[in-house]
Ligand binder design. Sequence first.
Ligand code: HSE
Length: 403
Amino acid sequence: MANIAVLGYGTVGSGVVEVINTNKALIEARVKEEVNVKYVLDLRDFPGDPVEKILVHDFDTILNDKDVDIVVEVLGGATFAYNYVKSALLNGKSVATSNKELVAKYGAELLAIAKEKNVNFFFEASVGGGIPIIRPINECLTADEICEITGILNGTTNYILTKMSKEGLDFGTVLKDAQDKGYAERNPEADVEGYDACRKIAILTSLVTGRQVNFEDIYTEGITSITPSDITLARKLGRSIKLLASSKFVDGKVFSMVSPVMVDADFPLYNVEDVFNAIFVKGNMLGDAMFYGRGAGKLPTASAVVADVVAAIKNRDNHLEVKWDAEKFELSDVSESKKQFFVRIEDTEAGRMEAEKVFGVDEFITDESVKGECAFVTAIMTEAEFAKKEAMLTAIRNRIRMN
Ligand code: HSE
């Protein structure tokens, strides 16, 4: 019998219990043994919930129970989660987690402990929720040199951008609506400023490089400056705006960035809408591949966590090697990377003259619904060149990278 302890009975934790209970027979047929949720750890009580009978408030009960083989960590945050996960691994228990903060910061260290103790540390749900992407990178794309990983890795921001685009609403209005419906957190900073997507691309990039990519080193911009004018003018160009988390691997250099990007209709992620996530991977042999699905939510995320539990049961006493060394990988300076930029300015004679002089543009994009503003698209240039020129534009309102 496999005994499991679930740390945290929030959205994902209750989902893990539900997935195991709902699919118990088929999961047990797959692992060829009984699967039992022995404990759920939470500070709260849940009177009337069947989980009451297995609820504990003290992690040591779990840690000291030799019959617990697998710990599921779905608490979130990096402090308690780190201490619990590390102790569990050191005590010879495998761990499955959905916690991207924990994995981005301590993934290399926790994998090394898992290896030393001949157990497993699995984190499929930490990136892309229910979408399989960690295991494909570790196990299925190993014949390729990866050239690019670009993802829509945050459901909240994709929902907000989709709704702004479809309904012509501004960022603040859509955010409030999303919060009222429970789609966005009361404190939305981690999502709307791009921090959540940043941790996720840091994890994927660490797995591709096999070394520690620090999320603090990744240039990160959120979606708070996007306006309905940007979306309308993007549409005039046949484009949509997406928050992309991307790592490009070019001649031994790796450029990682999180920022809104105005993507054209041919781009594989153009049609990814609402809360959906997708990850585009380009390999030198494989070519293009796409992974698409629900990047958040109770049951999709729990599905990925329970799949890790299944893998942990199937691999008792068999550590599955994942190359992610603690040695830091130095990302290249994104200011060297080249692209075109969309620039929105005040639509005045002086504004246009300035744009013509600084960027040499002679074609401006306008729309009758966009009052007092116009836009233009630059030539391809480095981020550094653009930043220099941008500083000379007094009429600038916003700028968005283009793919
Ligand atoms: N806040 C995240 C999102 C949840 O909106 O995608 C999943 O990590």
